[in-house]
Write a protein that binds this ligand. Structure first.
Ligand code: ATP
Length: 367
């Protein structure tokens, strides 16, 4: 168990800056995800924590001690990668036992520790088998078990479930979360899959182009994204973005949505900052838009139902007018029909406004 501190950590490969002045504190015993698109610097960050890459700048501390130049073997860090890195000529038992054997742990202790890990990972039935006979799912469990058994202070996992089938991946996510709780280990998990990060981690560090965008709880990054990148990257259904500008209605500040007919949404003056011409981007998640009767005057915009996507517990309805199209989540029982003219209403407290020049979120409280 350890607290990890990254202070201004950078890594350059020739002209490529993989990680740029990263500041991050990963608290002892937390489950943290490094999330971002391919090439954003997640693996490089992980490798620096593991000691497999030397930072170009900055420092790394474990529990306050400077480990920036400490060799990987002296860091007590365990890791699991997408490729399992297991010995194909050994049994599942011997693969898990490997780290203990090289540390000269007595045999009876090895048997006990391996069986403990196998029980946690539900591998009991296959321990004596050669790994050549194991399913992909069990192989990945063996790889996790191998790292776990030596009780590392820090456990690093880099996209470990990418090779697994969808059902088993979902199962393993829950299992890993349970394991982490049980062991209270500091766990850092790299993924490009926001569902994976949101469902497992207590804290998520979102990266793009080598830079940290936001570091917060799943609730914070979902409900209060600091910029458009985070707003777009997090959430199973992509946020709706509409061009807008700052204006006024009857002398009161409002956001005016572009298009004809446009819509004016009155919002508190506190967040009324935008580009020089007042241009900004209005964002709202599909689950925060309501389909309403177009004739009652409660709507912000009106449009035609163009597409319906049933997703089981919820349905996504595409409502369009002209070139503009909004995705709206409705209950399956409230599904309109294709071609219906409907109104849509935006939940006021869930509106996000973004500066067009910087992408940053404008204002704080949109309530
Ligand atoms: P992925 O999920 O695709 O692995 P990532 O977010 O983990 O992406 P990194 O693998 O850390 O990103 O790579 C960040 C950037 O650094 C990329 O532009 C990559 O091409 C570059 N890079 C990584 N390792 C090296 C290396 N050894 N030599 C040169 N460039 C590298």
């Amino acid at each position: 168990m350890a607290r990890i501190e990254l202070n201004g950590l950078s890594k350059r490969f020739g002209d490529v800056t993989a990680v740029e002045r990263l500041d991050l504190v990963i608290e002892d015993g937390t489950f943290t995800a490094l999330l971002g698109p391919s090439g954003c610097g997640k693996t490089t960050t992980m490798n620096m924590i593991a000691g497999l890459e030397t930072p170009s700048e900055g420092e790394l501390r474990f529990d306050g001690s400077d480990v920036t130049r400490l060799p990987a073997g002296e860091r007590n860090v365990g890791f699991v990668f997408q490729s399992y890195a297991i010995f194909t000529h050994l049994s599942a038992f011997e693969n898990i036992a490997f780290g203990l054997r090289v540390r000269d742990v007595p045999s009876d202790e090895i048997v006990e520790e391996v069986h403990n890990v196998a029980r946690l990972l539900q591998l009991g039935g296959v321990l004596e088998r050669s790994v050549k006979e194991l399913s992909v799912n069990d192989l990945q469990k063996v790889a996790i078990g191998r790292s776990m058994v030596v009780k590392p202070d820090i456990f690093l996992l880099d996209e470990p479930f990418s090779n697994l089938d969808a059902a088993f991946r979902t199962y393993m996510r829950a299992e890993l979360k349970r394991l982490q709780r049980e062991l209270g280990q500091t766990m850092v998990y790299v993924t490009h899959d926001q569902v994976e990060a949101m469902s497992m981690a207590e804290r998520i560090a979102i990266m793009n182009n080598g830079e940290l965008q936001q570091y917060g709880s799943p609730d914070e990054v979902y409900n209060a994204p600091v910029n458009r990148f985070v707003a777009e990257f997090v959430g199973s259904l992509t946020m709706n973005f509409l061009p807008a500008r700052i204006g006024a209605v009857d002398g009161r500040p409002a956001v005016l949505l572009a298009g004809a007919p446009g819509a004016a949404i009155e919002l508190p003056a506190v967040q009324m900052a935008g580009g020089p011409d007042g241009a900004l981007t209005f964002g709202i998640r599909p689950e925060h838009v309501e389909v309403v009767d177009a004739t009652t005057g409660r709507h912000d915009l009106r449009g035609e139902v163009r597409l319906i996507e049933p997703l089981g517990p919820r349905t996504v309805v595409h409502v369009g007018d002209g070139e503009r199209e909004l995705r709206v989540v409705v209950r399956p029982s409230d599904e309109p029909r294709i071609g219906d003219c409907v109104g849509v209403r935006f939940e006021r407290s869930r509106i996000h406004l973004f500066d067009d020049a910087t992408g940053r979120t404008l204002g704080g409280d949109h309530g």
